[in-house]
Ligand binder design. Structure first.
Ligand SMILES: Cc1cc2nc3c(=O)[nH]c(=O)nc-3n(C[C@H](O)[C@H](O)[C@H](O)COP(=O)(O)O)c2cc1C
Ligand SMILES: O=C(O)C(=O)c1ccccc1
Length: 418
């Protein structure tokens, strides 16, 4: 096992990356020929523990923690356990096709990198590194407003890779418009608007250690580099944001996480200033899904923020079928919260999601092995998905349908996370 941050041999950018299933054979071959093995475990039940052993405790606690007593996080996993695969045999499944069409664009992968803020606290490779490896393996990268690399830096790092922009929605319209302009000008195709985090939840893991990265300026890069924010700050303080980082952080957070949520009628502003698809993230109620459609949104992400916001909430997967039934023919339904394996991905797709977002597992990979660690987690998930689709008799993403899963009620405590 290597503890360096180099790309493990045999895993560097090559056409092989497009054949997702090939990753499994690469691992066996690396073992056979005594090559360097990946540093990130392939075991979903061990990944979090490995990350704990490698990362700074404050950063690990930040990513692994949930809201309150963690019951929404538990519900996310329990919801997956209630659905089981029902495999089919003797079906032609070789040359499995992962392509998905979202908002008129074809993507090579049904998984997207979830917007994750402040990646600098996990590894110096941060967002630019993760965006770079996502582009290499065809995984669309969603950049958070709360990132530690700027909109422009990430665009450059991701090159021709597909990228979307996630908005944490400021109270000041002129700053919102400026962020949208920058995202448009830098090739971000889809606007993701996160609705469930207009204020930070009660998060004991962070509260007990008095830890919040953005009070100190980490995760405020898009504010500090924003021309409108800079001009307003200069006028008020007679200095640039980087010269008065604490004040600038307070101003930025005050605008973006002010505790004052927007309301449905404000969507019109976003529609006016964004000419591509708009996707609302954090939808859990079918009536909100209907409202999203009524207000002209193109998609929604059924998500409870990985259990990091409202505690005591329903598992995200639990709501997916009802929401797909309510709006699945009128807008594109995406899903996240609790995905840890290839089969989890098949379950979410079979229950009607058109694609899924992966959060914590990629951050654990990043913390363990930098951008190559993040890449290994994504490649591992894609390879697991590929092999699991084959074993279930599913040739392509459209083949993930309701007939492939059955709801069950098994009790008991087992060691698997699935
Ligand atoms: C450390 C961390 C930071 C996050 N930052 C953001 C963010 O900036 N914007 C956002 O919309 N969601 C953010 N999320 C939520 C993810 O986009 C996603 O909804 C969630 O991680 C999915 O659940 P999972 O971690 O179980 O896969 C964050 C999640 C984590 C773990
Ligand atoms: O931690 C989070 O879940 C999150 O969404 C966030 C919010 C602000 C800054 C960084 C991450």
């Amino acid at each position: 096992m290597s503890s360096t941050n180099e790309a493990p041999r045999g895993f560097q950018g090559s056409e092989e990356h497009r054949k997702y299933g090939a990753f499994q054979n690469e691992l066996y071959k690396a073992g056979m020929f005594a090559q360097r093995l990946p540093i990130v475990t392939t075991d979903p039940n061990k990944l979090e523990e490995q990350a704990r052993s490698k990362m700074a405790l404050t950063s690990f606690n930040y990513v692994s923690g949930g809201a309150g007593e963690g019951s929404t996080m538990d519900a996310n996993r329990l919801a997956f356990r209630q659905w089981k695969m029902v495999p089919r045999m003797l079906r032609p499944t070789s040359g499995r096709d992962f392509k998905v069409n979202l908002f008129g664009e074809t993507y090579d992968s049904p998984i997207l990198m979830a917007p994750i803020g402040v990646q600098q606290i996990f590894h110096q490779d941060k967002e630019t590194g993760v965006a770079e490896v996502c582009a290499e393996i065809g995984v669309p990268y969603i950049l958070s407003t709360a990132s530690s690399s700027s909109i422009e830096e990430v665009a450059q790092a991701s090159g021709n890779g597909p990228r979307w922009y996630q908005l944490y929605w400021p109270q000041s319209d002129d700053i919102t418009i400026s962020l949208l302009e920058r995202a448009k000008a830098n090739g971000y195709k889809v606007l993701v608007v996160t609705l469930d985090t207009w204020a930070m939840a009660w998060r004991p893991a962070d509260l007990d250690q008095g830890y919040v990265p953005f009070f100190k300026g980490v995760g405020n890069t898009n504010g500090f580099t924003d021309p409108v924010f800079r001009e307003k700050f200069q006028k008020k303080y007679g200095a640039a944001p980087e010269e008065k980082a604490l004040e600038a952080s307070a101003e930025w957070i005050g605008d973006v996480f002010s505790g004052a949520p927007h309301t449905w009628d404000h969507i019109a502003l976003l529609k006016k200033h964004w000419d591509g698809p708009i996707v609302l993230k954090g939808i859990q109620h079918p009536d909100d899904a209907r409202l999203a459609v009524e207000h002209g949104c193109d998609g929604i992400i059924v998500s409870n923020h990985g259990g990091r916001q409202l505690d005591g909430a329903i598992g995200s997967l639990e709501m997916l079928p009802e929401i797909v039934e309510a709006v699945g023919d009128k807008c594109t339904v995406l899903f996240d919260s609790g995905i840890r394996t290839g089969v989890d991905i098949i379950k979410a797709l079979s229950l009607g999601a058109k694609a899924v977002l992966i959060g914590r597992p990629v951050v654990y990979g990043l913390g363990i092995g930098g951008k190559y660690g993040a890449k290994q987690v994504l490649q591992g998930l894609l390879a697991d998905l590929d092999q699991s689709m084959g074993l279930a008799g599913i040739p392509d993403i459209a083949g993930c349908n309701r007939s492939m899963v059955r709801r069950v009620q098994y009790g008991g405590d087992l060691k698997s996370s699935n």
